[in-house]
Design a protein around this ligand. Sequence first.
Ligand code: FES
Ligand code: FES
Length: 163
Amino acid sequence: MKLNVTVNGEPKEFDIHPKDMLLDILREEGYTGVKRGCSTGDCGACACIVDGKAVNTCILFAAQVQGAAITTVEGIGNPKAPSPVQKEMTEAGGIQCGFCVPGIVVSATALIDENPEPTEDEIREALDGNLCRCTGYVKQIEAISRAVKETRKTRGTRAARIA
Ligand code: FES
Ligand code: FES
């Protein structure tokens, strides 16, 4: 069957089998920032934003996302133009091996998109499904809190420019 979606804003058409998982389709297409950790929906390494929500793509049939807008970590930012979450994860020391980081960036970005002023408890809750074996979570929570402040400043600057 054909699957038509947008990935990072680009229209895409895939030939899929009804049992294909979205994770496999994305990785085969070269979105290797979408990581395979557990394959059971427990670690968050494979998270992407699908129609505004962070979801684990290893337990989502590709056939379930017909017509959806998908954002992978590659669509959030890159080393030359990192998003505030990506920048602060690096600066606050929230990265060691880095394997969990795409999923954490995706979860934090989906949270901030939906709730631009999350409390620390809300950040912790949003990251509940993301496992990190290396750093512990203190630096990562700190990084996301800093990114919230950074995003607020950018919004303020943009609002002032528009006014
Ligand atoms: S690989 Fe999908 S949640 Fe772990
Ligand atoms: S930085 Fe290694 S798993 Fe999180």
